[in-house]
Design a protein around this ligand. Structure first.
Ligand code: ATP
Length: 257
């Protein structure tokens, strides 16, 4: 059978046929490009996406069993938290805005826009985009808190958001900031396709998976666990082994199995 024809530069994601063998990758590229046009994603974000895609290709563009276990532990940690926050950068907002809103609802977490290259314009554009996808409150614009140990621009967060959170989900965080957040004593959950990245290595719970698959997967686990006891949730978090999950992901990248 002939492969479905896809316009080189689709105007709308509906033009990408779901039957295309590289559907997910084409959709991702389209959303990132669209995010750039809307002022949501930075040009640096395109490079980050390229690195992620390379790892996803090597992982077979699937959710590993170890990543699914990590997603379950992440859901349990978010449900246990007193002040959970989901951090959103330009790539996350472009790729899965509605899915982030669903996750925040399922875990009663706040959503905070948190940018490596912070500009007020991009902060506003991302907050607007999230509101269009159903977010009722978006933090990050106040910028009245900080992450200790980083220079001013990269340290800025909200005092009643990431600064005072006990558990943060930081998909695609820069390694340096992931380390600084970990040093604040927070339970840090990272989503990153590269098991060797410093962010994944620093996290209490690293989910080595594409955010497009990982965010809805954490939400599905959170819904399954919503009536679980705190003791059961704690047991899930405590039995999760971050080093073993990273080893399994690295082995999958190296061997394709
Ligand atoms: P380090 O954490 O080692 O300091 P880095 O922060 O310099 O690495 P960047 O290239 O800045 O790495 O960040 C991009 C990271 O995000 C990469 O590790 C890449 O694998 C990951 N990434 C990019 N797109 C996705 C995606 N769609 N889903 C999950 N992870 C992704």
């Amino acid at each position: 059978m002939d492969e479905p024809q896809v316009p080189a530069d689709p105007d709308d994601e509906a033009e990408i046929p779901e039957s295309h063998p590289r559907y997910e990758s084409l959709l991702t590229r389209h959303r990132i490009e669209d995010g750039l046009e809307k002022g949501i994603t930075s040009r640096q974000g395109l490079i980050a996406q390229g690195r992620g895609e390379a790892y996803d290709y090597l992982l077979g563009e699937r959710t590993l069993e170890s990543a699914d276990e990590a997603a379950q532990a992440a859901a349990a940690a978010l449900l246990l938290a007193d002040r959970p926050v989901v951090s959103v950068n330009g790539n996350v907002a472009a790729l899965c805005p509605g899915e982030v809103v669903d996750l925040a609802e399922a875990t009663d977490a706040a959503i905070e826009v948190n940018l490596f290259n912070r500009t007020e314009e991009r902060m506003e554009a991302i907050a607007d985009h999230l509101r269009k996808h159903g977010a009722s409150e978006v933090k990050g614009l106040a910028g009245d808190g900080k992450i200790p140990g980083l220079d001013h621009a990269r340290a800025t967060v909200d005092a009643d958001g990431i600064e005072s959170a006990d558990t943060v989900l930081v998909p695609l965080e820069d390694g340096d900031r992931a380390e600084a957040l970990g040093a604040m004593g927070k339970t840090e959950i990272v989503i990153d396709l590269n098991p060797l990245s410093r962010s994944a290595q620093t996290a209490a719970i690293p989910i080595v998976d594409n955010i497009i698959r990982a965010v809805p997967n954490v939400t599905a686990h959170a819904r399954e666990l919503q009536d679980a006891s705190r003791a059961d949730l704690r047991a899930i978090v405590e039995s999760f082994d971050a080093a073993a999950a990273l080893d399994a992901a690295e082995a999958a990248v190296r061997t394709g199995r």
